[in-house]
Design a protein around this ligand. Structure first.
Ligand code: HEM
Length: 239
């Protein structure tokens, strides 16, 4: 028990914290190196082939790159360099994510911490309304993730991140030769590239909302928890 009736609870096990920070670093490097790769041909298509004349989306105009140097890795135009960074961190991202999913399922984190109960699902509307008003659970109720948070994390862990990986693997000629069903599933290599690009920006959108939620819920307490594991409840004004 801490002073003022506050209590520290162990919220994030070491495995979750290690996964979380390696994942955040990987996604940052993957985004900026991915934009470098995208700049080499800043247009997107659906289907099997790139019909240069009729892109689904074209972002580059004339000589100016689609994404400016400050947001690409390396900052200067270097497709080979961008691919080296991208593929190196993609493997770390895949192994790290795979280990976390194994841990979360076998260690029952999915069932105990991430899956919302029936009662929580029934109160989803209220939880959404509270979120929109930036009202977050306090005291004992803040011990666990709220239902909206649980659904968002499940969608990221079992939806967006695997989709990112699968659409990326589909674009690799070696993997296409071995696991051609992936290319068929995405409806062609160009569709996989478009899905990969759109998924990356959906993850960026999740990240911005994630940061907003951390700021609104009490950034010091939240950051302490995701770094050390310990989360303080019962504190006036913060939780
Ligand atoms: C600077 C970057 C980031 C910060 C400061 C941050 C912060 C946090 C915090 C404070 C929590 C715990 C929330 C709570 O206890 O209520 C958390 C959990 C989580 N974050 Fe992040 N985050 C960052 C980047 C990311 C990214 C890039 C992703 C994935 C796209 C991500 C996905 C998650 C997930 C899935 C959880 C729940 C994990 C679990 O409980 O097993 N985070 N984050």
């Amino acid at each position: 028990m801490l002073r003022g009736g506050r209590r520290a609870v162990y919220r994030h096990p070491l495995a979750v914290r290690v996964w979380h920070w390696i994942n955040a670093l990987c996604l940052l490097v993957l985004l900026v190196s991915g934009l470098q790769i995208f700049n080499a041909h800043p247009a997107l298509y659906w289907g099997k082939a790139s019909t240069f004349g009729k892109p689904w989306l074209a972002l580059g105009t004339g000589d100016a790159p689609a994404f400016p140097p400050w947001i690409t890795l390396p900052p200067w135009q270097d497709l080979a360099g961008g691919r080296h960074w991208h593929f190196f961190f993609a493997w770390i991202f895949a192994v790290n994510g795979g280990l976390y999913v194994l841990y979360a399922i076998a260690g029952r984190r999915v069932r105990r911490v991430l899956l919302p109960t029936r009662a929580e699902l029934a109160s989803l509307g209220r939880s959404l309304a509270d979120h929109l008003r930036l009202r977050f659970p306090r005291g004992e109720a803040a011990r666990e993730y709220n239902p909206l948070q649980k659904l968002a994390y499940l969608a990221v862990i079992f939806g967006l991140l695997p989709l990112m990986l699968a659409s990326g693997l589909t674009m690799s000629p070696g993997l296409d030769a071995r696991f051609h069903f992936l290319t068929v599933l995405f409806g062609g290599r160009q569709s996989a590239r478009t899905v990969h690009f759109l998924t990356a920006w959906t993850i960026v959108a999740f990240f911005l909302i994630h940061m907003l939620a951390v700021l609104a819920a009490g950034p010091l307490n939240e950051m302490r928890a995701i770094i050390t594991g310990w989360f303080v409840i019962g504190r006036k004004g913060e939780t």
